[in-house]
Ligand binder design. Structure first.
Ligand SMILES: Nc1nc(=O)c2c([nH]1)NC[C@@H]1CN(c3ccc(C(=O)N[C@@H](CCC(=O)O)C(=O)O)cc3)C=[N+]21
Length: 306
């Protein structure tokens, strides 16, 4: 009798890690309330009625309250003027009960994401998107780090321990994910390559990597045949593709990695859903606690930042 050689990668359970992180956060929030009389507060701005954004914002609000923090949701009409939006941000910047401010993207065409981010006090920029925070991170100083990159780093460190000396390829160069992930990997002494849609010989570049972070926004683009055997793969993609097998007009969520083929080659891989997505929201809460401690001159809890 012969057995077919078969191996399957370890599944990196972001959902479970995020749940544990929220427990830690809840403990710190309780301590902040009891010992210091402060409750961390997160303001989330939603412009317009994009259905996916509405779901994310609702999840953020529920989880914020679950860990004991205050949630302030501001829903604005799709045609809100920049002036009105900035006036709200100015009020939140000045409000001592608000420690974190996030404007859900994308916003309607007539508004500028860059200008919105620039309006938010860098100390309250829990998305880590401001030039101040990007610059602090790039120069190795204490920053607010974008939630998705923070979540990726926590999962990688949890799985691999030290990242020192490993070769890492980040596919994607966005300000929200690709660039800050690359900075964090570099800070942990990885040898980092940032690849993107114009990279020549992308497959070959990926095949050299011990760590692959896929954040390109192309459904199931990275195939198992591209990977170095045993590589650790973090899939940041959130793509909705048609799923007629679930019924007419139904969708399903897939990452930027072709999970089934990748799992035959990788040593470990984060799934979509249940990987980086839940970590993103947990890290938003973590950043809000961190921002609250910094603004009150309190020691920062360990385990909430990297
Ligand atoms: N200013 C801003 N900051 C953001 O961080 C931001 C944003 N705008 N706009 C949209 C993207 C997307 N994003 C996600 C958060 C959680 C999940 C998440 O929890 N996903 C679940 C599944 C959710 C589902 O089933 O739809 C999972 O992967 O398991 C996904 C995506 C944050 N974003």
């Amino acid at each position: 009798m012969t057995t077919t050689p078969h191996r399957t990668a370890h599944k990196i359970d972001g959902k479970a890690y995020a749940a544990a992180l929220r427990e830690t956060i809840a403990t710190h929030v309780a301590w902040l309330k009891e010992v210091h009389g402060v409750t961390p507060g997160l303001a989330v701005l939603l412009v317009g009625e994009d259905p996916a954004s509405q779901v994310y914002v609702r999840n953020k609000g529920v989880q914020t309250v679950e860990v004991g923090m205050n949630s302030y949701e501001h829903k604005l009409p799709a045609d809100v003027s920049a002036a009105d939006l900035y006036a709200l941000i100015d009020r939140l910047n000045a409000d001592p009960a608000v420690h974190g401010i996030l404007c859900q993207f994308p916003v309607p065409e007539h508004l500028s994401e860059t200008e919105i981010v620039a309006r938010i006090d860098p100390a309250k920029d829990v998305d880590g998107l401001s030039v101040v925070n990007a610059g602090l991170l790039a120069s190795g100083q204490k920053a607010m780090v974008s939630c998705t990159p923070l979540g990726c780093l926590m999962l990688l460190r949890d799985h691999l321990g030290s990242l020192s000396g490993k070769s890492a390829v980040v596919i994607g160069r966005s300000n929200l994910v690709g660039k800050p992930v690359a900075q964090l990997l570099l800070r942990d002494s990885c040898t980092v390559t940032i690849a993107h849609s114009r990279t020549a010989n992308l497959e070959e570049v990926v095949r050299g990597a011990d760590i692959v972070v896929a954040a390109v926004g192309r459904p199931q683009m990275v195939k198992g045949s591209w990977l170095k055997p045993g590589a650790t793969v973090i899939d940041v993609g959130i793509n909705r593709i048609p799923a007629p097998e679930r019924g007419a007009g139904k969708n399903r969520l897939v990452g930027d990695v072709d999970y089934d083929s990748a799992a035959q080659v990788a040593g470990a891989i984060s799934p979509v859903p249940g990987g980086v997505g839940p970590m993103t929201i947990a890290c938003l809460l973590a950043n809000t606690v961190t921002a609250c401690c910094r603004s009150n001159g309190l020691a920062e809890p360990e385990g909430l930042s990297v």
